[in-house]
Design a protein around this ligand. Structure first.
Ligand code: NAD
Ligand code: WQD
Length: 334
C-alpha cells in the first residue's frame, strides 16, 4: 500500500515514516525542505533498510501537486507539512495562512481528483485555545486560537470536516500535545533550520553550551510551583498512533468521515519539573533563570486521552525521563 507522507523529512514526519515502513507500507515523501534536511532520507534508510521515495515539492504549487499524483499511485495521505513556529506566525500571519491552508487545499483537491480517500491530519492542542478545563477532551470547544498558527489548524480542520460531508475524503485529525524526544537509534530527531523555541530543545541546547542560559517564562501562574503545565509526549508514541489511525480508515472502522483524537500522555508536568527531571536523568546542571511570562502562553493544558486509548487502541508508553534522555543524546550528536 502506497502512503504519501507530506512533511516526511520533518521531525514528526520522519519518525512516522520509520513506523510505516516497519509495518510494510511503501512510503512516498513530499517535502519542500523549508524546515528539514535531505539527509533525513539516508537516516531513515539507515534505520529501516528501506529508502523512502522522495519528491521535493512545494505543496502550495498546485501544478506540482497534480504532477505528483499523475506520476504516483497513492492509497492514503498522512499530512504533516506545515509551518509551526508560533511566534513567527504572530509576526508573519499571512505566511502561515498562505502556506498551511493553500497546501491543504491543493492536497485535498488532487486527492479528490485521483480518488484517494483516506487522510490523516496533523492537528494540535493549540485548537483548544485557553482551555476551560483540564484535562482537555475532544468535546472541549474549539476556542479562539492564541496565534495565527493555531488558527490555521482550526481552519484546516474545518475544511476537512466540510469535505467529509461530501464523501470525498475520510479524515482523522490527530491533535498532538507537546511532542518531544528522538528516535532510540539517535539517527533522527528534531532538526529545525532555525533556532528552536520549544522547551525541550531549549533545555538540551543550553545544557550542551549552545546557549548561555535558558529562561523559565514566568513562575506566577496558578499552578503548584507557579510555572506552566504541559503534556509532553514522546515523538515515537505520536508516530505509532498514525499507524492505528491509518488502519482504522483502511478497515473502515471510522464512525464518522471526520474524527478527532487527542494524542497526549494525559499527565501534565510543570516547566520546573521538566528541568529537574532533565538534571536528574543526565546529571547535568542547567543554567536557567526565572523570567517574565511569554505572551500567548496558557497556564495549563494536558490531555484527556481516553478516546484515543479506547478507539485507536493506542497508548503513550514512554515516560518523561526517556523523552529527555533521547533528546539529550540527539543534541550531543547534532
Ligand atoms: P517540522 O517543521 O519538523 O516538519 C514539517 C515539514 O513540512 C518540514 O520538513 C517542512 O520542510 C515541510 N513543509 C512545510 N511547508 C511545506 C510546503 N508548503 N510544502 C512541502 N513541505 C512543506 O514540524 P513537525 O514538528 O514535524 O510538525 C509536523 C506537523 O505536526 C505540523 O503540521 C505541525 O503543525 C504539527 N504539530 C507539531 C507539533 C510540535 O510541537 N512539533 C505539535 C502539534 C502539531
Ligand atoms: C512549553 C512550556 C513555555 C521555552 C507549542 C505550541 C503548540 C504545539 C506545541 C504545535 C511553556 C515554557 C519554553 C523556554 C520556557 N505546537 N518555556 N522557556 O508553547 O506549550 O506549545 O508547541 O502545534 O501549538 O504553542 O510549547 O515547548 O514552546 O513551551 O519556560 O525557553 O515551556 O512557557 O510553558 P507550547 P513550548
Amino acid at each position: 500500500m502506497n502512503v504519501l507522507v507530506t512533511g516526511g523529512t520533518g521531525y514528526i514526519g520522519s519518525h512516522t515514516v520509520v513506523e510505516l515502513q516497519q509495518k510494510g507500507y511503501d512510503v512516498f515523501i513530499v517535502d519542500n525542505l523549508c524546515n528539514s534536511h535531505l539527509g533525513v532520507i539516508d537516516a531513515i534508510e539507515a534505520i529501516t533498510g528501506i529508502k523512502p521515495h522522495f519528491s521535493k515539492i512545494d505543496l502550495c504549487n498546485a501544478a506540482s501537486v497534480k504532477d505528483f499524483f499523475v506520476r504516483n499511485r497513492i492509497d492514503a495521505i498522512v499530512h504533516f507539512a506545515a509551518l509551526k513556529a508560533v511566534g513567527e506566525s504572530v509576526e508573519q500571519p499571512l505566511k502561515y495562512y498562505h502556506n498551511n491552508i493553500t497546501s491543504l487545499i491543493n492536497l485535498c483537491q488532487y486527492a479528490g481528483e485521483f480518488s484517494v480517500k483516506d487522510f490523516i491530519f496533523s492537528s494540535s492542542c493549540a485548537v483548544y485555545g485557553e482551555p476551560d478545563y483540564v484535562p482537555v477532551d475532544e468535546k472541549h470547544p474549539v476556542k479562539k486560537a492564541q496565534s495565527p498558527y493555531g488558527a490555521t489548524k482550526q481552519i484546516c480542520e474545518r475544511i476537512l470536516s466540510d469535505i467529509a460531508v461530501t464523501g470525498a475524503l475520510s479524515t482523522i485529525s490527530l491533535r498532538y500535545f507537546n511532542p518531544s524526544g528522538a528516535h532510540p537509534s539517535v539517527l533522527i530527531g528534531e532538526l529545525p533550520l532555525s533556532e528552536p523555541n520549544n522547551l525541550v530543545p531549549v533545555i538540551t541546547r543550553t545544557a550542551a553550551g549552545k546557549r548561555k542560559e535558558m529562561v523559565v517564562f514566568g513562575n506566577d501562574y496558578d499552578t503548584p510551583d507557579g510555572t506552566c503545565i504541559r503534556d509532553y509526549i514522546h515523538v515515537k508514541d505520536i508516530a505509532v498512533a498514525h499507524i492505528s489511525a491509518l488502519e482504522r480508515l483502511r478497515e473502515k472502522k471510522n464512525k464518522e468521515r471526520f474524527e478527532v483524537f487527542n494524542l497526549g500522555t494525559g499527565r501534565g508536568y510543570s516547566v520546573l519539573e521538566v528541568i529537574s527531571c532533565f538534571e536528574k536523568v543526565t546529571g547535568k546542571k542547567l543554567n536557567y533563570r526565572i523570567g517574565t511570562r511569554r505572551e500567548g502562553d496558557v497556564s495549563k493544558v494536558y490531555s484527556d486521552n481516553k478516546l484515543s486509548n479506547a478507539v485507536l487502541n493506542w497508548k503513550a508508553t514512554e515516560p518523561l525521563e526517556q523523552m529527555l534522555l533521547s533528546a539529550w543524546e540527539w543534541e550531543q550528536k547534532i
